[in-house]
Ligand binder design. Structure first.
Ligand code: KG4
Ligand code: ZN
Length: 355
């Protein structure tokens, strides 16, 4: 298999990467748009789309130059085609299709969630590559779900959030504490100095059957506690206690939900042994530890990829493209990006359908 170019532009990270035919990274680049969106306290879709358009051509040229490759040396071009913000998806897809058309290369329209799901199979993370089936806990700013991953294109959503995503809860609580946006990393830093037992915040869904999540009640409880603590900025030590108590509540809920999901996974696939965590929230140390303990107790091993592979990146998109191309799967240039594109709506790869 020849090298594959991957492009990511579904939210506020503009990224490009080139992998060799075995999945080793030849070059990668991520341009964060954080500074452009920070004044608004969240991602502004129109600003994101324009930034992708401004950044992507140079980013692509840059990774190709560093990989030492011309476009016609590629075996395919893959781009996130959904779910995500439509403006960015159009920009990334058009760039990929343009390259594919000009150089007569196969094009792969990658489902962004599938890219997160397949990251675990990148060479070097698990000896010989993570074997199917495994359980995926995807926790990011926009997604919070447990997925049984049975093969390329074969995903079953076991449960998900009924309201906010975990990352959204981090961002909202960080805002309450005046930490700016995105809030997750700043909140984790602040929590390190706080007492996680100081405030007894609710643990929504804890112990309930299944593996659904809910975070809006927790966020409201934190908002009420902050309001009770008085007007204006909280003293640093108090804010640290709130952050630590909130983070512990989220970690306990995620560990509990993952425990249930592992039980559900075992019932479906008794041979499953791997819990993979992905998405920006997987960068959180306290959450990783809680998940590692829950996995160990259930006879699973936690695979938490390096942080740069957990947050949005193009390595995972190129890798998902490679997995498709290896199975002879490519998409037509008429594929229309899909702002909503649930994992359950993917076509299973024919080569693995009956395994
Ligand atoms: O996967 P990601 O980069 O983008 C998508 O949402 O698709 O995830 C970003 C989310 C944000 O909500 C951010 O606050 C959260 O991940 N996050 C964290 C941490 N780092 C990023 N949440 C908790 N602790 C962190 N260290
Ligand atoms: Zn993502």
């Amino acid at each position: 298999m020849r090298p594959v170019l991957g492009i990511e532009s579904s939210c506020d990270e503009t990224a490009a990467a080139v992998l060799d035919g075995d999945g080793h990274v030849l070059a990668e680049s991520v341009a964060s748009q954080e500074a452009a969106h920070a004044p608004y306290g969240g991602v502004v879709p129109e600003i994101a789309a324009r930034a992708h358009l401004a950044l992507l051509p140079d980013l692509v040229r840059g990774v190709m130059a560093r990989a030492g490759l011309r476009f016609d040396a590629l075996g395919g071009v893959a781009a996130s085609a959904g779910p995500g913000l439509i403006g960015g998806l159009i920009v990334g897809s058009q760039v990929a299709k343009g390259i594919a058309l000009a150089h007569r290369l196969p094009y792969v329209a990658v489902n962004h969630l599938e890219a997160h799901a397949l990251t675990a199979r990148l060479p070097g993370l698990v000896e010989g590559g993570a074997p199917f089936p495994y359980l995926l806990l995807l926790v990011s700013g926009g997604h919070c779900q447990c997925v049984a991953v049975a093969g390329v294109g074969r995903y079953v959503r076991l449960g998900g959030t009924v309201d906010d995503a975990a990352g959204e809860a981090f961002d909202k609580v960080a805002k309450l504490l005046g930490l700016g946006w995105p809030g997750g990393p700043a909140l984790e830093k602040l929590a390190a100095a706080g007492d996680p037992a100081r405030y007894d915040f609710p643990r929504p869904m804890l112990g309930r059957p299944g593996c659904d999540f809910s975070f809006s009640g927790l966020k409201t409880a934190v908002a009420q506690a902050v309001a009770r603590l008085g007007d204006g900025a909280l003293p640093a030590a108090v804010a640290a206690d709130v952050a630590a108590s909130f983070q512990r509540a989220v970690a306990e809920v995620l560990a509990d939900r993952a425990r249930h999901a592992m039980g559900m996974m075992r019932a479906r696939s008794p041979e499953a042994r791997l819990l993979v965590v992905a998405g920006g929230v997987a960068a959180n140390g306290a959450i990783r530890s809680a998940l590692r303990a829950a996995a160990g107790a259930a006879g699973f091993t936690l695979l938490a990829p390096p942080v740069r592979l957990c947050t949005d990146n193009a390595v995972m998109v190129a890798w998902a493209g490679l997995e498709h191309l290896r199975l002879g799967l490519e998409d037509g240039l008429d594929f229309a990006p899909r702002p909503r594109w649930p994992l359950g709506e993917l076509t299973p790869a024919p080569a693995v359908r009956d395994t």
